[in-house]
Every structure is written in C-alpha cells, then in structure tokens.
Design a binder for this molecule. Structure first.
Ligand code: UDP
Length: 251
C-alpha cells in the first residue's frame, strides 16, 4: 500500500477544528472535529456525589460517559449503552484521570459526557481530546492537557490518523489509539486492535507523538483565546463564555 485513499501523507492528520463553550448549561464544553469524526464533550462539576456512599473523602470521582449517536454512522447504530461504549468510557476515564487534580475536590463527582455526532474512525481519541478541552474550559485544575490520536498499519505501512476506509483495508489493518499528556509526554491510553511488530509499534508511537503535538497547539490556542477574552477569575457565569474556534491540519 503506497497511497492513502484521501491522498494524505503517512504522517499527516486529517483537517481539525476545535471550539469551546458549545453547551451553555455545562460547566465546560468543547467540540473537536478531525476529518469526518465529530466529538462533543460536556463537563458538569465538581458537584456533590449522590448517593453519598459512593463519595471518596480523599478525592473527586471522575465519571466518563461515551456515547455514539444512532445517526453518527451510515448503518444506524442501536441506541443505548453497549459493551463497546462501556469499554471506551472506562479507557477515557483512565486516559484523563491522571492529569486532573482530583485531590482538590474530595467527596465530589466530575461528570464528563462525550457524544459522537459523526463517526469516521478515531472516535475514542476525538472524545478524549474534546473532553480534556472541556475539563480545562470548566476551570477544573489539571496538571497538563491530554490529546489522543489513532495510529496504525495499513498493509505494511505505518500511518497516522486512520479513516474508517483505511481501518477496513481488505489486506488487513491494525489500529492503535494513543493518548499522550502535553508536558510529561506520558502515554495514558494505548490499545491495539490487530498485530504489529515491536519496530512498527515504536514507529507508530513516534507518529502518535507528532500528531498529539499538533493537537496540543489547537487545544492551547482555543483555550487561551477564551481565557484571554474572559479571565478565569472574572468568570461570573459559564453561560457568558463565547464560543471560539480554531482550525488546523490538512486544508
Ligand atoms: N463504527 C460503526 N458502528 C458502530 C461502531 C463503530 O460504524 O457501532 C465505526 C465508526 O466509524 C467508528 C469505527 O467504526 O469510528 C471504528 O470503531 P472502533 O470501535 O475501532 O472505535 P474508534 O476508532 O471510533 O475509537
């Protein structure tokens, strides 16, 4: 396999678009689009956790809820939770949990709702990227940001940001979703669907880091813009936040 179906280079991301403040009622919210995949994340909290026996007196509970809308794919997806959505919610919580200062908010819950409104592969990664922005937009204290991207192998070629068409490549493809933190560059999500050699995995991780570094720039731009216009300490109500946008990647 030499050429990608959409003409991208092996290390090229799809076109990206990001926006925060997309849901007025939420404490923080964000939209992240990469190619045809669109994720919206909404954060509520920290707020008191009920029932009380679920509270942790030492730290907040971070709850992530991932869902893909029925209309997000061409072949209608059955609505409601599935094994897949439970798994993705769990890995999303693991991918974000280590960067959020949960100890600052004992006995509370921070709810993160991720809705995929259009899917063309890489939805868990788009969801994690949007959720990290929504948490920052909510003013939740975080040690660093998190971005996620899928890398993989199509035939014998390692590529960045696979589309659904590439994932379904007839001679076989491997898909590796990766989440990386912005400062330490720690890997907080690493999954593998398929097979790769140690050398290919190392190559894939380098590509993932390159992709995440590009995503960090967009996350930072959008968040800086919103807080430059309306400094955090002057924030008098989430509803006053203005939606702001930034785009990047392939034109
Ligand atoms: N998909 C679908 N129907 C489903 C689940 C997934 O059409 O019920 C498609 C969708 O485009 C998704 C892709 O398959 O992005 C890959 O799904 P996967 O489970 O690998 O997770 P993702 O790559 O989205 O994180």
């Amino acid at each position: 396999m030499t050429n990608r179906p959409d003409g991208r280079k092996a290390d090229e991301l799809r076109k990206m678009h990001a926006k925060v403040g997309v849901i007025k009622r939420a404490d923080g919210s964000a939209l992240f689009q990469i190619g045809d995949t669109i994720a919206i994340a909404a954060v509520y909290g920290p707020r008191e956790l009920h029932p009380r026996f679920l509270q942790n007196p030492e730290k907040a509970v971070l709850r992530c809820h991932y869902d893909m809308a029925s209309f997000s794919v061409t072949e209608r997806k059955k609505p409601g939770p599935s094994r897949r959505s439970v798994e993705i919610s769990l890995v999303t919580q693991k991918a974000l949990g280590s960067v959020v200062d949960l100890k600052l908010f004992p006995n509370t819950v921070i709810d993160v709702f991720i809705q995929i409104i259009q899917a063309n592969a890489g939805t868990r990664c788009a969801g994690i990227t949007a959720a990290a922005m929504a948490l920052a937009h909510a003013g939740v204290s975080m040690k660093e940001m998190v971005a996620a991207i899928s890398v993989g192998k199509i035939g014998d070629k390692v590529v960045l940001d696979l589309t659904k068409e590439e994932e379904d490549f007839e001679s076989g493809a491997s898909d590796i979703p990766v989440a990386i933190t912005s400062y330490d560059k720690s890997v907080t999500l690493l999954q593998l669907d398929g097979e790769v050699t140690r050398k290919e995995l190392s190559e894939a991780l380098k590509l993932a880091l390159k992709g995440c570094n590009e995503i960090f720039k967009i996350q930072e731009k959008v968040l800086k813009e919103v807080y430059t216009q309306q400094p955090f300490l002057e924030k008098s109500g989430v509803s006053q936040k203005q939606p702001l946008a930034a785009s990047g990647g392939k034109k």
